[in-house]
Design a protein around this ligand. Structure first.
Ligand SMILES: Nc1ccn([C@@H]2O[C@H](COP(=O)(O)O)[C@@H](O)[C@H]2O)c(=O)n1
Ligand SMILES: C[C@@]1(CO)OP(=O)(O)OP(=O)(O)OC[C@H]1O
Length: 183
């Protein structure tokens, strides 16, 4: 009925590459090393989505030895993962995402990253939360060797989603919350 998924990824910095996070190009002196565009945030998100619907991980869907994925935009991979979630009869409910990086400052990109992910997953902005944190100079992110990202998602079975939407359209959920709030 309801499920949650968790994803984690990390990539080493590479000064010869562009930096992409959430499908957005970030102004930075360095990008991330990887077979794909190395969008560490989308990789964590995809692993969380695949985990929620019991479909393994990105490495098994998009092997890093396959030349077809060389430098591929992770947004393209995300659209495949979105189809897999739907094939498994689930709808994405919400995503909570965090990037761990000393630099660059990501707060100014919050809206752009959130919009990019919402657009690509056909979700409302309010269903995506993106945040960033440093690691207070500790560990590999603290030493600026690379970046890490974590993602938590929740998904709902399509039939239940449709049922809840039907109730909502009939105003039943409003009535119930009013009744609850009046107590
Ligand atoms: N790459 C980053 C890291 C952090 N932020 C913002 O700074 C706040 C404080 O971070 P701490 O690691 O010192 O707790 C954090 O909540 C973010 O708003 C950022 O924008 N980009
Ligand atoms: C995204 C894929 C695609 O080949 O490659 P990378 O960019 O190397 O990313 P990583 O998270 O190391 O592995 C997952 C792969 O599926």
């Amino acid at each position: 009925m309801f499920k949650v998924g968790f994803g984690y990824d990390s990539h080493r910095f590479d000064e010869n590459r562009k930096l992409f996070l959430g499908g957005v190009e970030i102004d930075s002196d360095y990008g991330l090393k990887g077979h794909s565009d190395a969008d560490v945030l989308l990789h964590a998100l995809m692993d969380a989505l695949l985990g929620a619907v019991g479909s393994g991980d990105i490495g098994s869907h998009f092997p890093d030895g396959d030349p077809k994925f060389k430098n591929i935009s992770s947004l393209k991979l995300l659209s495949e993962v979105k189809k897999e979630v739907s094939r498994k009869n689930f709808v994405i409910n919400n995503c909570d995402l965090v990037v761990v990086a000393e630099k660059p400052k990501l707060k100014p990109y919050r809206k752009r990253i959130t919009s990019s992910i919402a657009e690509n997953l056909n979700l409302d902005l309010q269903d995506i939360n993106f945040k960033a944190t440093t690691n207070e100079k500790m560990g590999f992110t603290g030493r600026r060797e690379g970046m890490a990202a974590y993602a938590v998602v929740s998904v709902v079975e399509k039939a239940l989603w449709q049922f809840l939407n039907k109730l909502n359209r009939k105003g039943v959920l409003d009535d119930v919350s009013k009744e609850y709030n009046d107590k």
